[in-house]
Design a protein around this ligand. Structure first.
Ligand code: NOJ
Length: 510
């Protein structure tokens, strides 16, 4: 997610490092590429054909709107109706994986499994059929942030154990009805769900409980993922699909070589990536989380740690429930050790105690991250479930003209979005370093690009663009226009080779 980046614009330095490659920059034959979308961000049709309300429908309909310029996902890219066109656009790129997410409340309008909305189920069956028509592999995210509103209203959400059986029931319906799916991603970006949804409360459901409920959320997310994985392996032993969690993991570097900054970077990496991967791959929370959160909870006179303790049984149940390691990767963070906050402050920031700055175009960060993941969690198949670059010119314009209350006119022409050279540099740089990781024996099996087409970037509305296809959201026909980066991907799919010896240019970010 780009949320923490929005206020920062950086020009990074070009990477001068000589990339070591075997195979002359050619991706291994079995390596797969894909594009991604998610339901709330693209489908629209928020109340059509029996779909129930989700927490995102509800959140974005609030007055005043939590979103930039009051944008909502009511129509979005209209992909519920236009999925055939979208799937054909992906197929035209020549990619092998089509990743999308399922809206829980389209299948189960209230979230409960006592009533299945046939129209919703039929829709997703048709989506899968269409993907298969082009010989692509469907990759499905079971949960991409849109909990049914009714569950939330009944007190069943990512902070309660009660959610687990409902999530399992919903997942079972999908798995049973979509046997051709090749990859199941149970939960997308748990850190954002928990931290932004329950910690700082800037995304749905908008609950603010910094340093408390967000840890409970992490605990429930991990148990929910594990319960679905166990159900999948037990009840569908004949399926060959692979399942895992899709966790967002950025690379974190110390800002200076001082021991305290180095320690701070390691600590932050454990808070950000280790919080989800350590329990899944190694069992239990990372030691530093247990220690810091307990220490600061006791200092605040709480009787127990704000980080829930796993029982031995839970540790056993969660560990090992994956078929691959799934990461969403976008940028590198430069970290500086922070100052210890007063003991009465119980927040995530105080627990992690760092100050950071960002640099999106740091393509070697992915190499470092892949190496670290392999050292930390062992040799696994790694699927990069999201990789992409957001561009936002209207937002910058808004910052320059804060007095404007309504959507400012685009001051930069459409062509900048369509001639998205920066995105090509971004992909090229990151992919060259992924090739280097493969050369060094790290088992990366594929890259899924975020995303197929411009869509609703959550509370930033339609003002940040990640797509390979451009959409003019002012035009009611919502035409999809292929960008330069789409041409780059098409070429790459033909040659499967990158020239990584050229100088990689700096990129102007969002
Ligand atoms: C990750 C999220 O999965 C996706 O929904 C979001 O649009 C992208 N990051 C970009 O922020």
């Amino acid at each position: 997610m780009y949320f923490l980046l929005m206020f920062i614009m950086l020009f990074s330095t070009a990477s001068n490092k000589q990339i070591r490659l075997k195979n002359n920059g050619r991706f291994p034959d079995k390596f797969t590429f894909g594009t991604a979308t998610s339901a709330y961000q693209t489908e629209g049709a928020w109340n059509l054909d029996g779909k129930g309300e989700s927490i995102w429908d509800n959140f974005m309909h609030k007055v005043p709107s939590p979103a930039l310029y009051g944008d909502t996902g009511d129509i979005a890219c209209d992909s519920y109706r236009r999925y055939k066109e979208d799937i054909r656009n992906a197929a035209e790129l020549g990619v092998q994986i089509y990743k999308f997410s399922i809206a829980w409340s389209r299948i189960l309008p209230t979230g409960y499994a006592n009533f299945i909305n046939d129209k919703g189920l039929t829709h997703y069956k048709n989506v899968v059929k269409e993907i298969l028509k082009y010989n692509m592999t469907p990759a499905v995210t079971i949960y991409h942030w849109d909990l049914p509103q009714r569950l939330l209203e009944d007190g069943i959400d990512w902070t309660t154990n009660d959610l687990i059986p409902h999530f399992v029931n919903y997942s079972r319906i999908l798995i049973r009805n979509l046997p051709e799916v090749g990859y199941w991603i149970t939960i997308n970006e748990p850190k954002q769900i928990c931290r932004l949804g329950y910690g700082i409360g800037v995304i749905a459901p908008g609950i603010k409980s910094n340093g408390v409920l967000e840890y409970h959320c992490a605990y429930i997310v991990l148990k929910s993922h594990a319960a679905v994985y166990r159900m999948f392996k037990k009840e569908f032993p004949h399926y060959t699909a692979k399942m895992s969690l899709g966790s967002d993991c950025q690379w974190i570097r110390p800002l200076t070589s001082s021991p305290s900054d180095i320690e701070a970077a390691t600590r932050q990496l454990q808070f950000e990536c280790g919080m989800y991967f350590h329990p899944l791959f190694n069992g239990d929370w990372p030691e530093i989380l247990k220690q810091r959160i307990q220490e600061r909870s006791f200092a605040a006179n709480l009787s127990k740690s704000r980080l829930p303790e796993f029982t031995d049984e839970e540790i056993y149940d969660i560990k090992g429930n994956y078929d691959f390691l799934g990461i969403n990767h976008y940028y590198t963070i430069f970290t500086k050790n922070g100052i210890e906050s007063p003991p009465n402050i119980t927040s995530y920031e105080a627990d992690v105690r760092v100050t950071d700055s960002f640099d999106v175009y740091k393509p070697d960060g992915i190499y470092e991250l892949l190496k670290w993941l392999t050292e930390e969690y062992g040799y696994h198949e790694i699927l990069i479930t999201e990789l992409g670059l957001g561009q936002n010119f209207t937002y910058l314009n808004k910052i320059k003209t804060p007095h404007l209350q309504s959507k400012p006119p685009y001051v930069i022409t459409e062509n900048i979005y369509i001639n998205d050279i920066d995105r090509i540099y971004h992909f090229k740089g990151y992919m060259c370093y992924i090739l280097e990781a493969i050369t060094d024996g790290i088992n990366v099996i594929g890259i899924i690009i975020w995303n197929l087409m411009d869509d609703l970037e959550w509370i930033f509305g339609y003002n940040i663009r990640f797509g390979l296809y451009y959409i003019d959201f002012e035009d009611p026909k919502l035409p999809r226009i292929s960008k330069k980066s789409a041409e780059f991907i098409k070429d790459l799919m033909r040659t499967r080779t990158l020239n990584c010896t050229e100088t990689i240019q700096p990129v102007c970010l969002i």
